[in-house]
Design a binder for this molecule. Structure first.
Ligand SMILES: C[S@@+](CC[C@H](N)C(=O)[O-])C[C@H]1O[C@@H](n2cnc3c(N)ncnc32)[C@H](O)[C@@H]1O
Length: 495
């Protein structure tokens, strides 16, 4: 056969927070599993053999020049041995002369991390050599996408709803023939209920974020700073309110702040606008005043919009300065208000053109995505930086992958839930472009998503049911919206 027919093996691997039973429930149910597959448009069960299905894929030709439907038969064989859980799929293609073999083996295994399983899909194929690049590219992309959807389903809102539905032990209604039109599944009863519950949950969160609190922050972060076994009646040692840098434990929140300090190349005597504008309840201010790893600034200016945070920061900073001679030498000015200077803002605002203050470093930790707009903040900050002054931000932006239509909805969602104004929903590329247009140089954008979100989600999941629910929802939204956590630095040139 060789070299006319070639064999290939494609491995798709994904770690999912969930159980083997939970994953198998989906992958061993052919309709559920196929509904996650982006190419599948129709599946029909063989009345004579319930394990055999006729599946129709919507495929496109090379360079997306045309689209066509391709049907094939597949036999699904669930595996439920003690150490071998998953499903085997044997495919018979109509074009068996050019594409004689397609076998799929999906296995779900425990990992060394409790509560996390690994799903491994092995596709073995043999095909006419010219077709190999087209087939392997299609299979790799679509199988990766279905794995991602599987993870979303298990870890996201639908997972929570399914859990609730199961607890009501509703009878499962199975359709013998499921049609998918325009990629939408004609839902059976539990799926419809799942959707309704998901909508209620989402609405609940929108109301929570938009109506119950204008600024989504309060003092709940004190609970998250408390170490295991610490007395809940006492305030915790730290009061961070950022998402953490989980490569470094046990102090990931401090580690994220220190990562920004390092990126800012802070020098002793710098005038720092801790425009950690939302410096929360003042932990970063205290870090600048006391942390041995941070060069002491000569002047520290803070801006925050929330009254309770402003008052608490003022009290905490005064206490630290009263007890620490080195901290007492630093001039500290705290401003209560919006990060952005508007036409009605008094000249005491640190970014006001009439305010004589200039800054060597402007520091914004996990907050600039809230500002309306971030671009305006970056422009005002540029005007207030000394020549050679640096801006450093720990910020959120979006990946560039994903279809544009989906992005539009997701962009709206970020705005609706009050996470950020729509103008701030920009991909990494555009973020850099904005800084360049405003006159910043030496721009560096470091994507540290992998060291931020998974660690935060694991941490929240261990904090009880409500936190776990919240973590699952933000984890799911972050993944489908391709949210990235980035450290961004820029410099104002000499002239
Ligand atoms: C995620 S917290 C980060 C807190 C702090 N940087 C830390 O690391 O602990 C975001 C902060 O931004 C503040 N914030 C949101 N919008 C703001 C605005 N327009 N102006 C000033 N602060 C704002 C919030 O009140 C909150 O304190």
């Amino acid at each position: 056969m060789w070299p006319f027919f070639l064999e290939r093996t494609i491995l798709t691997r994904k770690r999912i927070r969930g159980s083997i039973a939970g994953v198998c429930e989906i992958v061993q149910n052919t309709e559920s599993w196929c509904s996650l597959h982006p190419l599948v448009t129709k599946i029909e069960q063989d009345p004579a053999n319930p394990r055999r299905y006729k599946i129709t894929d919507r495929l496109h030709g090379p360079m997306h020049l045309w689209e066509y439907d391709n049907s094939f038969h597949a036999v699904f064989e669930p595996k439920n041995d003690e150490h071998d859980r998953g499903v085997n799929v044997s495919v018979q293609l109509a074009q068996s002369f050019l594409f004689p073999k397609l076998e799929n083996k999906l296995r779900v295994m425990d990992t060394e991390e409790p509560g996390v399983v690994e799903v491994l899909e092995t596709v073995e194929l043999r095909a006419f050599c010219i077709l190999i690049p087209y087939i392997t590219s299609n299979l790799t992309k679509s199988h990766n996408a279905s794995m991602d959807k599987l993870a979303e389903k298990i870890e996201g809102i639908l997972w929570l709803c399914r859990y609730m539905i199961c607890s009501h032990s509703m009878p499962q209604k199975r359709s013998q023939l499921i049609h998918l039109h325009n990629g939408r599944l004609h839902a059976d009863m539990p799926e419809a209920l799942t959707l309704v519950l998901a909508l209620f949950l989402t609405l609940g969160f929108i109301v929570f974020f938009r109506v119950a609190s204008r600024d989504p922050y309060g003092l709940y972060h004190l609970t998250l700073n408390r170490e295991p076994g610490e007395d809940p009646n006492f305030t915790p040692k730290t009061e961070w309110l950022n998402q953490g840098y989980w490569k470094v434990s046990p102090t990931p929140f401090t580690a994220l702040a220190l990562k920004l300090v390092e990126a800012a190349k802070l020098k002793g005597g710098d005038r720092v606008l801790d425009s950690d504008v939302g410096h929360g309840t003042g932990e970063s201010l205290i870090m600048f005043l006391t942390d041995p790893a941070v060069p002491r600034p000569s002047r520290l200016t803070g801006v925050t919009s929330l009254t309770s945070h402003y008052k608490r920061s003022k009290e905490r900073v005064s206490r630290v300065r009263a007890l620490n001679d080195e901290a007492a030498k630093v001039r500290v000015d705290l401003y209560h208000g919006d990060a952005i200077c508007r036409s009605t803002t008094p000249p005491t605002h640190p970014l006001h053109v009439l305010n004589a203050a200039k800054f060597d470093v402007i520091f914004a930790l996990d907050c600039a995505y809230h500002f309306n707009t971030r671009k305006e903040f970056l422009a005002q900050a540029h005007r207030k930086l000394t020549p050679e002054g640096r801006i450093v931000l720990g910020d959120l932006c979006f990946g560039t992958d994903g279809p544009p239509a989906q992005k539009t909805t997701l962009f709206r969602t970020a705005e609706i839930i009050g996470l950020m104004p729509k103008e701030n929903v920009v991909p990494t590329r555009e973020y850099i472009q904005i800084l360049e247009e405003l006159g910043y140089t030496d721009i560096v954008l470091e994507d540290i998503t992998a060291d931020v979100f998974p660690g935060l989600v694991n941490f929240l999941c261990a904090k009880g049911f409500l936190w776990r629910m919240y973590a699952n929802i933000i984890g799911w939204y972050r993944r489908i919206a391709h949210i990235r956590f980035v450290i961004v630095t820029g410099r104002k040139p000499l002239i």
